[in-house]
Design a protein around this ligand. Structure first.
Ligand code: PMT
Length: 410
């Protein structure tokens, strides 16, 4: 008999897939198939609106189980009633979760089978939002999601991109394989359980005058992916972020800063309270020596303008130099040539425990990209992490960080 090559990472896990009425519902057949391929049992529950987008017959065929869709159906209640369903699940995955479903959950309503069993279940709940970008950005939706987060629910996504309605922005449901990866992380080992981790991400902005600044192309994606992966692996995460337009990952505490000096101040406060410190931010090495109080005017007497720059504090080196309560300290190296030489140089000079080198001269990798490739160096080892999404790399990186941290803390 031919053996499946797909790892049985979800073997025996009971996943209740709650589908609400959004266009992304059509992806649920693929999602279900992929969860089942990995060993999960999937019980589908659909809202009335979901059935307008994908038929219960399709979902029954791919899940191998009758779909539950009615609270008031005596026959359905006689087989697996809503309370039984609520108790059955190891995980309730709501995908797609429309703004309406999210609002009803926030209000604690039980006006259909799905919301009723959410109320009746003590299973962990993951919400995969999917809606128009304006609806997602709406203060009501954002507030509803933050209340659900406070209640301990996990929010997986949404992603940004082209939407079915033609808009572009945040609101797309994560792709089926991304939801599978989140489910695997959820059920997988938690090597960072009980460990606190602080990470810097994004660029810094160094003011020239009230309207101008010097910055760089860091989007924050790499650092945010690490923060999210660390939380999924069980860590208590503090994310110190420069100005970026990214959503805060679930279960991550975020502190916003602008300049390198502000980031330095917050990082030093956090470093002594965290066991692991990762410096992924693209910190400006220099800042204007003076910030003009008023907008600097263009003059007619010269075609040149000079700005005198002074060095910023080196944040990761300051953390690594702590004499007491020094965390396991990981830096990044963004290089365009002689990557290994410069990365190893920074590892030694900044007294780091590990450095993650990326060649930012490669098109499509590094700054402001969705993918990256890293080469990790530490005192007596190294590991290449091949090109992958920043989310996948973050997980691989943290598995190695967790192992190295164990040795460090012995
Ligand atoms: O944000 P993305 O768009 O996803 O892009 C990701 C990234 C390319 C920014 C990221 O992968 C990365 O390489 N981050 C480090 C960028 C950087 O500033 O590298 P560096 O080689 O100049 O600095 C070396 C290390 O010192 C870094 O850990 C940096 O955070 C730290 N540093 C640098 C200067 C300074 N004043 N303080 C610091 O802590």
């Amino acid at each position: 008999m031919e053996q499946s090559l797909i790892p049985q990472s979800l073997a025996g896990k009971k996943i209740l897939l709650g589908i609400s009425g959004g266009i992304a519902a059509y992806k649920c057949a693929d999602l279900t198939r992929r969860l089942i391929e990995r060993g999960a049992q999937v019980q589908v529950v659909m809202t009335p609106a979901a059935k307008e987008f994908i038929t219960p017959l399709t979902m029954q065929a791919v899940s191998g189980r009758p779909v539950s869709d009615s609270l008031l159906d005596p026959a359905a209640e006689a087989s697996m009633g809503h309370i039984e369903l609520a108790k059955w699940a190891d995980l309730i995955l709501l995908a797609p979760a429309t703004s309406d479903l999210i609002a009803r959950m926030r209000a604690g309503m039980g006006n259909d089978l799905l919301t009723t069993l959410i109320l009746a279940s003590d299973a962990p709940i993951a919400v995969a939002p999917a809606m128009n970008q304006q609806m997602y950005a709406n203060a009501a939706t954002q507030e509803n999601l933050s209340v659900l987060t406070q209640r301990g629910m996990m929010i997986w996504g949404p992603a940004a991109g082209q939407q079915a309605c033609g808009d572009v922005g945040y609101g797309r449901m994560l792709e089926p394989m991304e939801l599978v990866a989140h489910s695997e992380d959820f059920f997988g080992p938690k090597p960072l359980q009980g460990i606190s981790l602080a990470i810097t991400a994004g660029p810094t902005r160094e003011a020239i005058d009230p309207v101008r600044y010097i910055s760089n192309h860091s989007s924050g994606k790499m650092g945010f992916a690490i923060a999210e992966a660390a939380a999924n692996l069980g860590a208590t995460v503090t994310l110190i972020s420069g100005p970026v337009s990214l959503n805060t990952p679930s279960n991550v505490q975020r502190i916003n800063v602008e300049s390198a000096q502000q980031m330095h101040q917050v990082a030093m406060q956090q470093a002594i309270n965290n066991q692991i410190f990762i410096s992924c931010a693209a910190v400006a090495d220099y800042r204007p020596s003076q910030v003009a109080d008023q907008k600097i005017k263009k003059t007619d007497d010269s075609d040149q303008m000079q700005i005198v720059m002074v060095k910023n504090p080196d944040i990761v080196a300051s953390v690594a130099a702590l004499q007491e309560q020094r965390p396991f300290t990981v830096g990044f190296a963004a290089e365009t040539q002689d990557v290994e030489k410069y990365a190893r140089g920074k590892l030694a000079k900044k007294n780091l425990d590990m450095i993650c080198a990326n060649d930012v001269s490669v098109a499509g990798l590094g700054f402001n990209s969705n993918d990256n490739a890293l080469h990790l160096y530490w005192q007596d080892g190294e590991q290449a992490l091949e090109t992958a999404s920043k989310q996948q790399l973050a997980k691989q990186l943290l598995d190695i960080v967790a192992l190295q941290y164990q040795q460090y803390s012995k």
